[in-house]
Design a protein around this ligand. Structure first.
Ligand SMILES: Cc1ncc(COP(=O)(O)O)c(C=O)c1O
Ligand SMILES: N[C@@H](CCOP(=O)(O)O)C(=O)O
Length: 470
């Protein structure tokens, strides 16, 4: 399988190169040259497979010749062996229409583990036998950071520099990152910066030849294709349990950087019968405005009780604009250049129509988010986190055919956001025993001003130089 850049001018690459590169050299994001297809019979034959086997089957076409099917299965078995639930991503029921896909049973209690546990192994696999050293530079609004750190801490040929906006992640999220004390782990708290600022710095570093000339920089954010690929799998897992390929299913996805919901789009492109993908946002609602009116303009970030979705510039939206808008990389490069300069753009008619075929969107404010947490608790005894509640609010309000089940993606364990959950339902969720001592652990983190120069110089001083990419 070859990959092309959404901005059209980077060379085609195979899966290994795309995984190690993270971002394309023209600043675009990699996407497969074409979407692999599964027939209805092939999807039906996936029913009942253990998660690791399903994952290997769904991902094999994306991986191509870069790993044998047997090796890929070994890696998925190892990655998902660390999950606290045998089903890895169990599907649970609210009522006859509403379902919940629990994606938070990995080591750091958020959906990011599903992809990052695998990505850590892929990096190691692809570095074996080479003299290269990877420098991961990532941005997090809370969950990617801890999942990525857990996946690579202690690995010999990898350093990780993780930027988070100081004071804008939950205490549990911060401690999950900063309490991992390892020589290759560097946590950076940016003062006076949002997640969007941090993400922009990460992308800038990929274009900084002073840095790329010395260090082999890569990404663990969902700009890295391998992240999205691994997230496609749980859409198959859930839909097949609910009757696919013979029944359509809708998904409601709490959305920030547009990675998780784009993975659902990919699943649909591969042949999974998806009725609708509901993009659920908090008050940082650029995606809701873009999908409902075509206006993609950033208004500044408002801190909320769902901090991981406090995002205005959604990296993966570019992948949708590329694919739904007719795959014209040169035109998209111009459009994105305009957006980067003005932080505003209008979707073209083709992009709007292409997106509307599968996506709908909804925005939830704090009251609606609290009400959804109460609905889940009072009707079903389920304690859900604020991000999941935004998805559930949208699922409960969506206008869908009566016979279509709606699956809300539960993206984090409620215990990561205990104060917000307690204020909504009066119950404070507790951390699982394996991290019950989190609040007592030692922390290590460097505060830096929110400027690119400060971050680049910190990375340059602490990263390991590497020969140029093979
Ligand atoms: C708990 C949680 N829910 C939802 C999201 C949004 O997911 P995405 O950025 O893939 O849209 C995030 C962050 O990515 C998150 O950490
Ligand atoms: N909400 C995310 C933001 C980064 O998203 P990613 O999926 O692109 O890594 C977080 O928790 O860090």
């Amino acid at each position: 399988m070859d990959y092309v850049s959404t901005r059209g001018s980077a060379q085609r690459q195979d899966f290994r190169s795309v995984t190690l590169a993270g971002l394309a050299s023209d600043g675009g994001l990699y996407v497969p040259r074409e979407w692999p297809q599964f027939s209805a019979d092939e999807i039906a034959a996936m029913a009942g497979l253990p998660y690791a086997e399903l994952a290997a089957k769904v991902m094999q076409p994306f991986v191509g010749d870069c790993l044998t099917p047997e090796r890929l299965l070994e890696l998925t078995t190892k990655a998902y062996g660390r999950f606290a639930h045998k089903a890895v991503t169990p599907l649970t029921q609210f009522d006859e229409k509403q379902w919940l896909l629990e994606l938070f049973h990995g080591p750091t209690l958020a959906f990011k583990d599903v992809a990052l546990q695998l990505l850590g192994l892929l990096f190691e696999e692809f570095l074996t036998g080479s003299d290269q050293h990877l420098t991961i530079v990532g941005a997090t609004s809370g969950d990617t950071g801890s999942a990525a750190i857990d996946a690579v801490a202690g690995r010999e040929k990898i350093d990780i520099f993780m930027l988070h906006p100081k004071g804008r992640v939950s205490e549990v999220q911060r401690r999950q990152m900063t309490s991992v004390i390892a020589p290759n782990v560097h946590n950076i708290a940016l003062t006076d910066a949002s997640f969007d600022d941090a993400q922009a710095m990460v992308k800038r570093m990929f274009a900084d030849t002073d840095m790329t000339g010395r260090f082999r920089i890569t990404a663990v954010n969902s700009i890295n294709w391998a992240r999205l690929m691994a997230q496609v799998v749980y859409y198959f897992a859930a839909a097949i349990q609910l009757g696919a390929p013979n029944r359509k299913v809708a998904f409601s996805v709490p959305t920030g950087n547009f990675g998780d919901v784009f993975a659902g789009y990919v699943a649909a492109k591969m042949g999974l019968p998806v009725e609708k993908l509901i993009v659920a946002t908090n008050v940082n609602d650029i995606l809701h405005r873009a999908l409902s009116t075509g206006d993609y303009s950033a208004h500044g970030v408002t801190p909320t009780e769902a901090p991981s979705m406090d995002i205005q510039v959604s990296s993966n939206f570019e992948r949708l604009l590329f694919d739904a808008g007719g795959r014209d990389g040169a035109a998209l490069a111009e459009q994105m250049k305009g957006f980067e300069a003005s932080k505003a753009m209008q979707l073209t008619n083709a992009q709007r129509e292409g997106a509307a075929a599968l996506f709908t969107s909804m925005r939830a404010d704090a009251d609606e988010m609290h009400a959804a947490m109460r609905w889940a608790y009072e009707n079903c005894g389920k304690v859900i986190d604020p991000h999941t509640a935004i998805g559930l609010h949208a699922a409960l309000s969506a206008d869908l055919p009566a016979d279509v089940p709606v699956v809300t993606l539960a993206t984090a364990d409620a215990a990561k956001f205990a104060p917000a959950v307690e204020s909504a339902i009066g119950v404070s969720p507790t951390l699982p025993p394996r991290i019950a001592d989190l609040m007592d652990r030692e922390e290590a983190c460097t505060d830096l001003p929110g400027t690119y120069e400060a971050v680049a110089s910190f990375v340059a001083d602490n990263a390991t130089e590497s020969p140029a990419a093979a």
